[in-house]
Design a protein around this ligand. Structure first.
Ligand code: PEP
Ligand code: MN
Length: 337
C-alpha cells in the first residue's frame, strides 16, 4: 500500500504517519515527489486492521499496490529512481554506457579493451571474471585473477567496473574489485544470491532471465530491494523465442513497460540479444530512441580470437562508431551520452 500525502503536508504530519506504521512493525519508504510525498508501506498491511490512516492529518488517500513487487513498483516512487555508482548516475539524463569483453582473458586484452572503450566515451568497463556457461566444458573465466585485472584496467583508464557474481560466498572479495555487481540471466531466480547482493549494498545490474516474464524479473528485483539495497538497475538482454535468426529476441517493449510499472532504471544489452555483431548498432539505436537508460555492449580488441561470445563482440573502432550514432539519437530524444 502507498499513502499519498496532501500537497503541502508538513514534516510533522509525515512523521506522525511514519510512527503509526513503525509501531505496527511495518517498514516505511518515503518518496518526496514534486507533486506529493508518498509513503510506501512495506510488510503485511493486515497489521493495520482497525487503523484509519485516511483520517490522519495531511493524508490524502491510501492506495493498495496490486503487484507482488512493491519497492520495485512505479507507485512507490512515481518520479523514478536513479542509481549512483560513484560519480556516475544511472537513470538521469545521461545514458550509462558500459562496454568491454564478454570475459577477461588476459592483462593485455582487458587493458586494450578498457583503453578502447574509454576513448569512445564509455563510463563502465564490463568483463566476466566468473562465467556461468551453458556447457561445463566451455571457458569458465579467470575468477578472482580476472577481477584484479579488471580493477587495474579500470583504474588505469578511469572507468567503473561491472562484473558478474555467481555465488553467495563471493560478496566480500567481489566488492573489493567491482563497483557494480551483475546478476546474469541464468541466475535471475537464484533467490539466495539475490538476497546476498541485496545485503552487500553494492549497486546491482539485474539481467532479465532467458525465459522470464517482466513480472518475474521485477519480483527478482524485489528480492534485492527487500534486503535494503535499492541500487538496482534492470537489464533487458533478449528472451528466448521461436526465432532463430538472432541468438535471443530483444524485447524492446520491456523498456516502456518497465518505465510504466517500475521505478527502476533499465538499460539494454543488444550483444546477448542479437548474438551477431552486425545487428548491435541498430538495436542500440532503438534502445536509445525508446527511452533506455543506458547500454551494455561487448567489445573485444580481437573479437574473432575471443574465448566466449566471439560472434557478437565489436572491435573498439566499431564501438566508437556506434557510440557516435547513439549520441545523435540520444540528443534527438532529449538525452545525452
Ligand atoms: C554476459 O554478460 O556476458 C552474460 C553472460 O550475459 P547473460 O547473463 O545476459 O547471458
Ligand atoms: Mn557474453
Amino acid at each position: 500500500m502507498i499513502i499519498v500525502m496532501k500537497h503541502g503536508a508538513g514534516q510533522r504530519e509525515i512523521e506522525a504517519v511514519e510512527k503509526v506504521l513503525r509501531d505496527h512493525q511495518l517498514g516505511v519508504h518515503i518518496s518526496n515527489g514534486s507533486a506529493a510525498t508518498i509513503i510506501g508501506v512495506i510488510g503485511d498491511k493486515s497489521a493495520l486492521a482497525g487503523v484509519n490512516l485516511e483520517m490522519m492529518d495531511g493524508v490524502d488517500k491510501c492506495v493498495p499496490i496490486m503487484h507482488s513487487y512493491k519497492l520495485a513498483s512505479r507507485e512507490i516512487c512515481p518520479e523514478g529512481r536513479t542509481v549512483s555508482v560513484g560519480d556516475a548516475v544511472i537513470g538521469g539524463k545521461r545514458l550509462a554506457m558500459m562496454a568491454g569483453p564478454c570475459a577477461v582473458e588476459s592483462e593485455e586484452q582487458i587493458m586494450e579493451a578498457a583503453a578502447g572503450v574509454k576513448k569512445a566515451g564509455a563510463q563502465f568497463l564490463r568483463g566476466g571474471a566468473y562465467k556461468p556457461r551453458t556447457s561445463p566444458y566451455a571457458f569458465q573465466g579467470m575468477e578472482d585473477e580476472g577481477f584484479k585485472m579488471l580493477r587495474q584496467a579500470a583504474d588505469a583508464t578511469g572507468l567503473k567496473v561491472v562484473s558478474e557474481v555467481i555465488a553467495e560466498d563471493q560478496m566480500d572479495t567481489a566488492a573489493k574489485y567491482c563497483d557494480m555487481f551483475q546478476i546474469g540471466a541464468r541466475n535471475m531466480q537464484n533467490f539466495r544470491l539475490l538476497k546476498a547482493v541485496g545485503r552487500s549494498g553494492v549497486p546491482v545490474l539485474l539481467k532479465r532471465g532467458i525465459a522470464s516474464t517482466i513480472e518475474e524479473w521485477l519480483d527478482a528485483a524485489e528480492y534485492i530491494m527487500s534486503e535494503g539495497n535499492y541500487n538496482v538497475v534492470l537489464c533487458e538482454r533478449g528472451i528466448r523465442t521461436f526465432e532463430t535468426a538472432t541468438r535471443n529476441t530483444l524485447d524492446i517493449s520491456a523498456v516502456p513497460v518497465i518505465k510504466e510499472r517500475s521505478c527502476l532504471p533499465i538499460i539494454v544489452d543488444p550483444s546477448h540479444a542479437a548474438g551477431k555483431s552486425a545487428y548491435i548498432q541498430s538495436l542500440s539505436l532503438a534502445a536509445a530512441a525508446c527511452g533506455a537508460d543506458g547500454l551494455i555492449i561487448e567489445v573485444h580488441p580481437c573479437p574473432k580470437c575471443a574465448m566466449s561470445d566471439a560472434k557478437q563482440q565489436l572491435t573498439p573502432a566499431q564501438y566508437a562508431e556506434l557510440f557516435a550514432e547513439v549520441r545523435r539519437v540520444a540528443q534527438a530524444v532529449g538525452r545525452e551520452v
